[in-house]
Design a protein around this ligand. Structure first.
Ligand code: UDX
Length: 426
C-alpha cells in the first residue's frame, strides 16, 4: 500500500524463505488483490525485500515495526519480537531515524521502545524518534481497508516526526488524529474490544431471539439503521476468532488487572464468545445426538477470504464435535487441502485425529452424513451441489452457524435448515 502511494519500500524479515518468495512476487498468505499489487509494485521497482538488516536500516528513513505480538500464557501480549526488532535497528543505526510502531502493542510499549533506544544508542549521533501508528485493517479486505481507512491515528511527542508519518498517507482521504502514545495505543485496543463486544452482544441477543422465536438477522438490520449503532459487526453466529479480537480482549483484561481494575463488559464479552460454540452445538444436539453422528463442517478459516485459522470458531467446532464423540468429521475449506493444514487449538490425540477427513468440493463429500454445519461464510459455499448432497446425506440437516445461506433455497434443495436465531420460514 505504501509503495502504491508512491513511496520506496523495503520489506525486511528474518525468515529467508519468506523473503525469497516475496521477492519472486509470491505472497506467503492469502489476501484478495494483494498478489497482483505486489507484482505490480515489484515490477515498478518501488518495493524490494531483504533479510539483510543493515541494508534495511541504513537505506530507510522510517522503520515500521510490524512484528507479531502473540498472547503470553497469562493473556498479556508477548513483546519479544518487538524487542528483537528494536535491537536489530539499534545495531545498524547510522543516522537519525523515525521508528513507527504498527504492531498492536500494550499501553506503555512505545515509551518502552523509546527507553530501549535511549539505552542502546547515542542520541546525539543517531537520534531515534518513536511514533505510534496503529493499524485497523481486516484480514480478507486488508487492501481496501488500507486504501480507504476510516481514520489515521498518530501518537507521540515529537511533532516533526509525527508530521512526517502523517505525510506518508497524504494520498488517502481519511481524518487524522494526533495524540499521545498511551492514547493512540488505547484507541486501537478500545476499538477492537468494542467491536468484539458488539458481536458478543448480538450473540447473546441471538440466544434470546432463538428462545422467543424472533429473527436475529432482522433484529440486527433494524438496529443497524440507527446511525448511533451502525450496521457493521452486528452479525450473530458462532463467535469471533482471528489474530486480533480474542488476543486484544485478553490483553485489555490483563492490562486492567495490572492497574487493579476489572473490565466487566469485556470479561462477559469473552465469556459469551467462549460459550457461543457450546450454545450452537447444543442446538445441533437437540435435533440430532452428536455422539456417533457423521458431520460435515464447512469452513476452517476464522473468516472468509483468508487462510488464517488462528482462534478459528470452525476449528473450535471441529474439536468440540470430536470430543463429543462424533463418528467422522469431514472438513471442507477452500484453503485446506489436507488434515496437516488444520491449525488446532488443542491438538486432538491420534484416536480422534483419525476421525477427521478433509474433503473437497469435487468429492461426494456429503455421502452418509448426519448433518452439515457452516462455520465460515465462504462465497464458494453458496455454489456447492446442495441438491445432490441432500440426496447423498443420511440426514439432510443443515446448521448454518453464520446465517449465510438462503434458508428458502436450502429447503428447496432438500435440506432441513437451522440458522442462528433465524425465523422459521424466513
Ligand atoms: C479485526 C478488526 O476488524 C480490525 O479493525 C483490526 O485491525 C484487526 O481485527 P479481523 O480480525 O481481520 O479484523 O476481521 P473481522 O472482520 O473484524 O472479523 C473478526 C471475527 O469476528 C471473525 O471471526 C468474524 O467472522 C467475526 N465477526 C465479524 C462476527 O462474528 N460478526 C460480525 O458482525 C463481524
Amino acid at each position: 500500500m505504501l509503495a502504491k502511494l508512491g513511496h520506496r519500500v523495503i520489506g525486511y524479515d528474518v525468515d529467508e524463505v519468506k523473503i525469497a518468495r516475496l521477492s519472486r512476487g509470491e505472497l506467503p498468505f492469502r489476501e484478495p488483490g494483494l498478489p497482483e499489487l505486489l507484482r505490480e509494485q515489484l515490477a515498478a521497482g518501488r518495493i524490494r525485500f531483504t533479510n539483510d538488516a543493515k541494508t534495511a536500516v541504513t537505506e530507510s528513513e522510517l522503520l515500521m515495526l510490524a512484528v507479531g505480538t502473540p498472547s503470553a500464557p497469562d493473556g498479556s501480549a508477548d513483546l519479544r519480537y518487538v524487542d528483537a526488532a528494536v535491537d536489530t535497528i539499534a545495531r545498524h543505526l547510522d543516522g537519525p531515524k523515525i521508528v513507527v510502531t504498527k504492531s498492536t502493542v500494550p499501553i506503555g510499549t512505545n515509551r518502552r521502545i523509546r527507553r530501549r533506544f535511549a539505552e542502546l544508542v547515542d542520541a546525539s549521533r543517531t537520534p531515534v524518534a518513536v511514533v505510534s501508528n496503529p493499524e485497523f485493517l481486516r484480514e480478507g479486505s486488508a487492501l481496501r481497508d488500507s486504501l480507504h481507512p476510516a481514520r489515521t491515528v498518530i501518537g507521540g511527542d515529537d511533532p516533526a516526526a509525527m508530521a512526517k508519518v502523517r505525510s506518508l498517507y497524504d494520498g488517502l482521504d481519511a481524518p487524522c488524529l494526533m495524540c499521545g502514545y498511551e492514547t493512540a495505543e488505547l484507541i486501537k485496543y478500545a476499538s477492537n474490544g468494542f467491536l468484539a463486544a458488539k458481536i458478543s452482544y448480538m450473540n447473546e441477543i441471538a440466544r434470546l431471539a432463538d428462545a422467543v422465536g424472533a429473527d436475529v438477522e432482522t433484529v440486527a438490520a433494524g438496529m443497524g439503521l440507527d446511525p448511533r449503532i451502525a450496521p457493521m459487526h452486528l452479525k450473530a453466529g458462532i463467535g469471533y476468532g482471528g489474530s486480533c479480537f480474542p488476543k486484544d480482549v485478553d490483553e485489555l483484561l490483563a492490562m486492567a488487572r495490572r492497574h487493579n481494575l476489572r473490565l466487566r463488559l469485556l470479561t462477559e464479552t469473552k465469556r459469551v464468545n467462549d460459550t457461543q460454540i457450546d450454545w450452537f452445538v447444543g442446538k445441533i444436539a437437540a435435533v440430532r445426538p452428536i455422539a456417533g453422528s457423521n458431520a460435515l463442517v464447512l469452513g476452517a478459516a476464522f473468516k472468509e477470504d483468508t487462510d488464517d485459522q488462528r482462534e478459528s470458531p470452525g476449528i473450535r467446532l471441529i474439536e468440540k464435535l470430536l470430543r463429543l464423540g462424533a463418528g467422522e468429521v469431514r472438513v471442507m475449506d477452500p484453503t485446506v487441502r489436507a488434515a496437516e493444514d488444520l491449525r488446532w487449538r488443542r491438538r486432538p490425540g491420534p484416536r480422534l485425529l483419525a476421525r477427521v477427513r478433509v474433503v473437497t468440493e469435487g468429492e461426494d463429500a456429503a455421502r452418509g452424513i448426519d448433518f452439515a454445519a457452516v462455520a465460515t461464510p465462504w462465497e464458494a459455499f453458496r455454489r456447492l451441489p446442495w441438491r445432490a448432497w441432500a440426496e447423498a446425506a443420511a440426514r439432510p440437516l443443515l446448521f448454518d452457524g453464520r446465517n449465510f445461506l438462503d434458508p428458502a433455497e436450502m429447503r428447496e434443495a432438500g435440506w432441513t435448515y437451522y440458522g442462528v436465531a433465524r425465523e422459521v420460514g424466513g
